[in-house]
Design a protein. Structure first.
Length: 218
């Protein structure tokens, strides 16, 4: 675990932590703590620095925790994961999966990437998907789909409905679906889905579904 990741964990509660205490916990100097704090602000995190009190995040956050996520999965879901990468920063979760050469061995297996920040998140029609650190949910999954399934159409809509059902399962009500792949909550965009397809003619095809869910977007 990197020093910056550990620092975020120490600040995650939103309570003030002195530079000396942070340095002791991380085994670094107070000057090094300040440099890491500056790197957090450069990444888009709002950190309050108050003389005599120390540092705190402007808003408490729950850092991504791979062990907790895995324990929360059903056995069936976990068995389908060929790869599950939890990152601090990447350009785009979908582009990250694109760069992986290995394709899941069966149509039931998936590769998943989730990150705290995207430096080049992508939306539809070349638009940028704004992805500040630790504020929202940015994930992509890749799997194989047969040519016959793609020929039937509606894959983007099917993924959107699956995301909508997952949100409802988490207790979110009042959701709406805007054709074909945007999810709205109280008239505002809550989530978007972007699909990338690759493969030879006739399949099987590799499908990467990028999912962005706005949890704490200002």
């Amino acid at each position: 675990m990197s020093t910056r990741t550990r620092l975020i964990g120490l600040l995650a509660s939103g309570e003030f932590r002195s530079g000396q205490w942070l340095g002791t916990q991380l085994s670094i100097s107070r000057a090094a703590v300040w440099k890491h704090i500056r790197s957090l602000t450069s990444a888009g995190m709002e950190v309050h620095a108050v003389r005599g009190r120390g540092y705190r995040l402007a808003k408490p956050m729950q850092p991504l925790n791979e062990d907790l996520i895995r324990r929360s999965m059903t056995q069936e879901a976990a068995s389908r994961l060929q790869r599950f990468d939890v990152l601090q920063v990447t350009d785009s979760t979908s582009d990250y999966l694109k760069r992986l050469e290995r394709i899941p061995g069966s149509n039931t297996q998936a590769q998943v990437c989730i990150t705290e920040l995207q430096s080049a998140g992508r939306g539809r029609r070349g638009r940028r998907w704004i992805s500040p650190y630790g504020s929202n949910l940015y994930l992509s999954f890749a799997t194989r789909v047969s040519g016959a399934r793609l020929a039937s159409g509606g894959l983007s809509l099917a993924v959107s409905i699956a995301v909508l059902h997952a949100l409802q399962h988490c207790g979110v009500s009042g959701l709406g679906l805007k054709w074909p792949n945007d999810i709205y909550f109280q008239g505002r965009k809550l989530a978007g889905i972007l699909l990338d397809l690759s493969g030879e003619s006739g399949g099987p095809y590799r499908v990467i579904a990028g999912i962005g869910i706005n949890l704490h977007m200002p």
